[in-house]
Write a new protein. Sequence first.
Length: 180
Amino acid sequence: MSTQRDTARAAARPHDTVSSVVQQWKAVHPGIDTGPMEIIGRINRCAALLQQAEDAPLRHAGLTRSEFDLLGTLRRTGRELTPGDLARETFASGAAVTKRLKQLEARGLVVRRGDTRDRRVSHLSLTDEGRSLVDEILPRQLAYESTVLAGLDGGRDTELSALLGELLSQLEGRLGGPRA
């Protein structure tokens, strides 16, 4: 039964890097079910390749994906956030957020306001220039991402999104709740 399923899986998808890894493991351990590796391995490989690819619209604006995530978070929430809020929203470490915020402040895209009750707390918001930059880049970035996904046609992108949403929901439930 497992061999039939493995044969069906192999026939259903094109050859990729993970396929090679799976074949090597099957040569060493012929009876092992590599199904989980085939899914997680492909997710990890896709994530690595997407992170390596420089997003053209962001690069053109002199931003990294991580910097744009901070700016985008401030824009989409429409309110001031603390560095801690930004770290939670973007799944970044506090140190990484602090470093990125310093760069974005230096460029005049983000402004920091001290808390009147607690000097240790700061509140961040976009400047007019930061808001305009996000609004200008977002449509181009989404068009770029659509191009990256163009090979998934016939509703398969919607199916993939739904499946990844199910997986993410399960993982957030087990490993750390969803963002508020």
